[in-house]
Design a protein around this ligand. Structure first.
Ligand code: ZN
Length: 179
């Protein structure tokens, strides 16, 4: 698949198909969106929000979560706020998210099958709390509220940042605000 992508990429550049997307690094709408890496959202989310290239910083991970005060989503948000002028943040989780019901117990047999040793897993279970780290969030609305709170209450996030939480329908793109 990657080789096919490389072939396509040569044609893309050679035909100057990039021209409609030329912009700078500063988000036009001073907006950041924290959302899920789900492939259903790849095109749907920016289209449903009316976002074009250059409009917003889109930060993605499994679920669109903030897991700790030093995790990569917060780090990216701080860059967006202090380096790139972001004033508003949308936390956008989505319907039927894969990260909702995931669990370490379900991953474990696959990890063993793919060559991760039982000793390594035992070590991660006892010293790194891997089960909690890979646990799903189970309740999407509660997860949106928790993520918004983690951003709003972060000691390095300025109080004038606007942070609002939403669930997007993975099929229709409809946004529902979670208050
Ligand atoms: Zn998801």
């Amino acid at each position: 698949m990657i080789d096919q992508i490389l072939t396509y990429n040569k044609q893309f550049v050679a035909s100057k198909a990039y021209q409609p997307y030329v912009t700078d690094k500063y988000p036009e709408k001073k907006l950041a969106v924290l959302t899920c890496m789900d492939t259903r959202l790849t095109e749907l989310l920016p289209k449903a929000l009316g976002l074009r290239n250059g409009d917003a910083k889109i930060i993605k991970n499994a679920g669109g979560l903030v897991l700790s005060e030093k995790d990569s989503a917060i780090r990216s948000l701080l860059v967006a706020i202090y380096e790139l002028g972001v004033k508003e943040v949308m936390v956008v989780h989505h319907s039927t998210c894969g990260a909702c019901h995931m669990s370490y117990e379900a991953f474990k047999p696959h990890m063993l099958e793919r060559g991760i040793s039982a000793e390594t897993l035992a070590d991660w279970e006892s010293s790194k709390d891997v089960a909690a780290w890979l646990e799903g969030f189970h309740d999407t609305e509660a997860s949106v509220r928790k993520t918004v709170a983690a951003i709003v209450n972060h000691p390095l996030v300025p109080k004038d940042l606007v942070v609002r939480g939403f669930i997007i329908d993975s099929v229709t793109g409809a946004l529902t605000e979670i208050r």
